[in-house]
Design a protein around this ligand. Structure first.
Ligand SMILES: [Zn+2]
Ligand SMILES: [Zn+2]
Length: 344
């Protein structure tokens, strides 16, 4: 039996899911952002301005889709003697399944200080004034509220946010996590896949993201996702994102991915290594091929056996995920595939 791990039908659409425009602290207008990304072969941009949700459906056409989104945050209150530069913070992007949304449930008016942004606030937006704190219960409640009201929630740039395991242990309900944020990379605080695997080992079903978090042209075109879907239409793309019909990347492309008789087949752009990561230490890979390769068949039967014999008795949901690394060190990351998705 063959399981297609990325949909067989459809087209890959290149997307940047994290962008700031002149509506808040970005340097480019929403229109300029569209033009720059289109020039580089992107079809989708999520406009994630800080603390305000402004749809840009007027920019959507046959070749481009604007996703309605916002980036919400909460800072750890620090004593007056401490500097803002060491303040921990949670940042989340909220992606609206309904493209017309301007209201999201954790909107806070006081987080919108700039006059040019405040000028865009509407009566409807101001009816919500939600406050939440920098503690995991309060944060999880805010995320649950967003999920209930039709938003996919991503957990952004933990490294830039000066966060570690103590901050994301027991984080619940996030749909995605940034394994790569180009702005953070440029500012010398590169994210990693460690929090991603930590959340997976906590039993969370969470998907990897690579984004730009672009504020200016300088931090564009570094991290992206390739979404496979049958049409460049809002609902179709949001459903594909929610299901995990995409991979994240800083360069390499994955063309085909399927599992057949416990053998994983990968076809991709030239790679120096194709690696499997699981909840345990078992990491089969093409390490040692010592040549660029564009295909691999990797037998996962031992990985499956360990998952069934050992991990099934723990709180973990046994999974495997795939990383394709190219000769420049750039990586593509698939979502985790959980063994219980496949028939025994
Ligand atoms: Zn952020
Ligand atoms: Zn941002």
């Amino acid at each position: 039996m063959r399981y297609n791990l990325l949909p067989k039908e459809g087209t890959f659409y290149k997307a940047n899911l994290h962008t700031h425009s002149t509506i808040t602290d970005g340097k480019l207008t929403p229109e300029q952002i569209k033009e720059e990304y289109k020039k580089q072969g992107y079809s989708i941009v999520a406009y994630t301005d800080h603390e305000i949700m402004i749809p840009h459906n007027d920019l959507t056409d046959d070749t481009f889709l604007a996703i309605t989104a916002a980036e919400a945050s909460v800072k750890k209150e620090t004593p007056a003697t401490e500097k803002a530069a060491i303040e921990k913070t949670y940042h989340f992007c909220l992606y609206a399944k309904d493209k017309t949304k301007t209201v999201y449930p954790i909107f806070t008016e006081k987080k919108v200080p700039a006059p040019h942004t405040r000028a865009l606030l509407t009566e409807e937006m101001l009816q919500t004034d939600y406050s939440f704190d920098y503690d995991i219960e309060s944060v999880n409640k805010a995320i649950a509220l967003c999920n209930e009201q039709g938003f996919l929630v991503s957990y952004n740039h933990p490294v830039w946010s000066l966060q570690n395991y103590t901050d994301y242990a027991n984080l619940k309900g996030v749909w995605g996590i940034e394994c790569y944020n180009h702005g953070s990379w440029i500012s010398g605080r590169p994210d990693t896949v460690v929090p991603f695997d930590d959340l997976l080992r906590q039993g969370e079903r969470v998907f990897p993201l690579a984004t730009d978090d672009a504020h200016t042209i300088r931090d564009m075109f570094g991290g992206f996702v390739m979404i496979k879907a049958t049409a460049l239409e809002y609902d179709t793309i949001m459903t594909a994102l929610e299901k995990g019909d995409f991979y994240a990347s800083t360069g390499p492309q994955i063309h085909e991915l399927y599992l057949e008789d416990d053998v994983l087949h990968v076809s991709c752009s030239p790679a120096v290594e194709i690696m499997i990561t699981t909840a345990d230490r078992y990491t089969p890979s093409t390490r040692g091929y010592n040549r660029l390769h564009t295909e691999a068949d990797i037998n996962l039967s031992l990985c499956k056996k360990f998952a069934e014999d050992e991990l099934a008795h723990t709180d973990m949901k046994p999974y495997f995920r795939v990383t394709v690394r190219d000769e420049h060190g750039n990586c593509a990351y698939t979502r985790p595939y959980f063994w219980d998705e496949f028939q025994k």
